[in-house]
Design a protein around this ligand. Structure first.
Ligand code: ADP
Ligand code: MG
Length: 234
């Protein structure tokens, strides 16, 4: 039997099939993965008031069990500088046609991660092999680029390193075209925290059907999971 971490236990108790973004990020944080500082709010006034406790620029995101791809639904607004802009962004987001028939649980207001390379780290449960961990390049373009590497869990540090080397776009992490190299170490660290011996998938794999950190933003200094989605097993 696995011990249920709080966000999973809460989602199970609420009979939810997936963790919402905030719960997903709490789960990642409990495994030592960096996530943006964030606040969940219910309306424009609360969002504006919450700005005081966060460092701009900020990102606003809709939280809805009915909206899987938030950007496609007008549910992500980046680069907000202050309370007035944040309040206006919430009001505009609420009016978006895609929100009309969706259940809205609130809005996540969070600090922006420093610019970097967008990587995807994921996990899924294979009926035969158990948990698999995946890394890919491309963030929003991951499906288009299809540049991914998979391993059966648990992975070692060497596996994590080989997964990165396997990517066709591996050079992007090393700083192609005059760009600064970003931290491969930070990506490997996240891969181990997800797919390593004591990682998320090895310890909670019976509850997690699908894990998706998309994107993990990797800069020179580290990696931050700015989006998180977990689908629970039935
Ligand atoms: P979705 O995948 O549901 O459309 P995301 O939460 O992944 O929504 O946000 C879409 C894009 O916005 C991300 O791929 C990333 O480029 C950017 N973004 C989101 N949150 C942050 C953040 N905290 N810091 C920097 N960029 C962000
Ligand atoms: Mg995303």
């Amino acid at each position: 039997m696995t011990t249920l971490t709080a966000p999973i236990a809460e989602a199970r108790a609420a009979k939810r099939a997936a963790l919402d973004e905030l719960a997903g990020k709490r789960l990642l944080a409990s495994f030592g993965i960096s996530v943006p500082k964030s606040v969940l709010v219910q309306d424009a006034d609360a969002a504006a008031a919450a700005c005081g406790s966060l460092k701009p620029p900020l990102v606003l995101k809709v939280v809805s069990p009915d909206i899987l791809h938030k950007s496609d639904a007008g549910g992500v607004k980046v680069g907000l500088e202050g309370a007035v802009e944040v309040g206006d962004a919430v009001r505009a987001m609420m009016k978006h046609p895609a929100m009309e028939n969706a259940r809205i649980d609130g809005f996540l207001l969070e600090e922006m991660a420093p610019a970097g390379v967008e990587v995807v780290v994921g996990g899924l449960r294979d009926p035969q092999f158990g948990p698999l961990v995946m890394v890919g390049l491309g963030g929003v373009f991951v499906e288009v680029l299809a540049d991914v590497a998979f391993r059966i869990c648990p992975i070692t540090r060497l596996d994590a390193e080989e997964m990165l080397d396997e990517l066709k776009g591996a050079a992007l992490l090393r700083g192609a075209r005059g760009r600064k190299p970003v931290s491969r170490e930070a990506v490997m660290d996240v891969l181990l925290k997800v797919g390593g011996e004591r990682g998320l998938l090895m310890t909670h794999g019976e509850d997690i059907a699908e894990a998706d950190i998309n994107p993990l933003i990797v800069s020179e200094h580290g990696a931050i999971a700015v989006d998180a989605r977990f689908v629970l097993t039935q």
